[in-house]
Write a protein that binds this ligand. Structure first.
Ligand SMILES: Cc1cc2nc3c(=O)[nH]c(=O)nc-3n(C[C@H](O)[C@H](O)[C@H](O)COP(=O)(O)OP(=O)(O)OC[C@H]3O[C@@H](n4cnc5c(N)ncnc54)[C@H](O)[C@@H]3O)c2cc1C
Length: 386
């Protein structure tokens, strides 16, 4: 891993998605920070996100990361216009998944997380809207919730600006300038910007900006969402959830509609960052939901969209200097559809890589050298498998 020394003054961050905005907020405390984006804040994957926050599940093997992420959303709540909505989550299990679910529940309980297992009758006693026929029960998480992803990113931007960061939101970075093995700036369509360090947080486009001989194992994949309006608005205690066997997840909207996500698959070279949800995904949702949740017999289709995120071989982001990178170059990418809930690790990990300060949680899971080699044709693993 590369780290730069105390000469670090001006850091350029490429990309104003949630990763770039979080890095900017933390670095701006004691550095000059400039964020450059080709379009705008939250213009790509971030703004298209469902905003679900469930790090206890997705980082169950690294409790320090889950604790840090859970705490960040609560601490940031109520600042810079940001709001975190707390809501329980049920992860629905089939008979085949039962043993693993019980083991996970026990492990997380031992770590002090508010997680328990409910049999199918206990689930429907608590949430009578669901039909659990064919399911064995659910893991109940009582530390989950969601954010509006656009508001979250702009709140991080506002926090960064309050610390002196500058955002230039119509600046496409075309090249990274390197002299004598060290980053010295970036080229943009509006001219050159000097820098002592450059953090590339350009989502699935990150590889396009890497100098020759430097690469990271990420590949773009597409993921989809539809929003349905039920016969009656969902109650204010309707949970978030996931049906792992169906590769679908859901969360209520504040107005009582239901957002359902899924339909993930890798794509080779995306033409655009977003598009409509596929008809086949809409039909899959229309086929499943009315039999699983009451009140969707005459549901209306409100909206549907698809976005592109970056996948990595082990579903965890890369927040590090890649092998052979010039001094002062970091990448932050590969969030695998979990970039909102994982974003709290970005700032501290970037700071640790650049300045050596302790992040306060394990950062090895985000190291570039955890992969033996850079293979960009790896088999895509969906986080719906976790
Ligand atoms: C439909 C959908 C649902 C999702 N649901 C969830 C969820 O419920 N919970 C969760 O945690 N995560 C979710 N995610 C994943 C999450 O949104 C992403 O992991 C996260 O937003 C990635 O953030 P990022 O900053 O890495 O990338 P992005 O948000 O894609 O930001 C990259 C930025 O870089 C800019 N850029 C690219 N190239 C250049 C360049 N050359 N010069 C300047 N700027 C450049 C782009 O304009 C863009 O603004 C979802 C994603 C999608 C698509």
């Amino acid at each position: 891993m590369n780290t730069t020394d105390g000469d670090l003054e001006h850091v350029v961050i490429v990309g104003a998605g949630v990763a770039g905005c979080h890095a900017a907020r933390d670095l701006a405390a004691d550095h000059d920070v400039t964020v450059l984006d080709r379009t705008g804040v939250a213009a790509e994957a971030t703004g298209l996100s469902a905003g679900i926050v469930a790090p206890t599940l997705f980082y169950s093997d690294i409790p320090g990361v889950a604790r840090h992420a859970n705490a960040f959303f609560r601490e940031f709540d109520g600042t810079h216009g940001f709001g975190f909505t707390e809501r329980n989550r049920i992860d629905v299990m089939t008979d085949d998944e039962l043993a693993d679910a019980r083991a996970l529940t026990e492990r997380l309980g031992d770590e002090g997380f508010p997680v328990s297992f409910l049999g199918s009758n206990e689930v429907t006693d608590r949430y009578s809207e669901f039909d659990f026929e064919g399911f064995a029960g659910a893991v109940l998480y009582e530390d989950t919730g969601w954010v509006d992803p656009y508001t979250y990113a702009t709140a991080l931007q506002s926090a960064a600006e309050a610390r002196g960061a500058e955002f230039h939101l119509d600046s496409e970075v075309t090249d990274i300038d390197v002299e004598n093995g060290t980053v010295v700036g970036v080229e943009t369509d509006a001219g050159r910007v000097d820098a002592d360090a450059v953090v590339i947080a350009a989502g699935w486009r990150t590889r396009d900006l890497l100098p020759d001989g430097v690469d990271v194992p990420i590949r773009p994949y597409r993921t989809q969402v539809v929003v349905l309006e039920p016969d009656e608005p969902l109650s204010e205690r309707f949970p978030l959830g996931r049906i792992k066997s169906e590769h679908l997840y859901f969360r209520p909207e504040h107005n009582g509609d239901l957002l359902i996500g899924g339909g993930h698959h890798p794509v080779e070279t995306p033409a655009t960052a977003s598009s409509d949800a596929d008809e086949s995904f809409r039909l899959e949702v229309a086929d499943f939901v009315p039999g699983f949740i009451d009140g969707f017999g005459d549901a209306g289709f409100v909206n549907g969209w698809a976005g592109i995120d970056a996948a990595s071989p082990d579903t965890r982001p890369i927040v590090d200097a890649p092998e052979n990178a010039p001094a002062g170059l970091l990448v932050v990418t590969g969030f695998n559809g979990l970039g909102i809930m994982t974003s709290p690790v970005v700032g501290p990990t970037v700071r640790q890589r650049l300045t050596g300060t302790d992040a306060g949680f394990p950062t090895e899971p985000f190291a570039a050298d955890r992969f033996e080699r850079v293979d960009t044709s790896f088999e895509y693993v969906s986080t719906s498998e976790i």
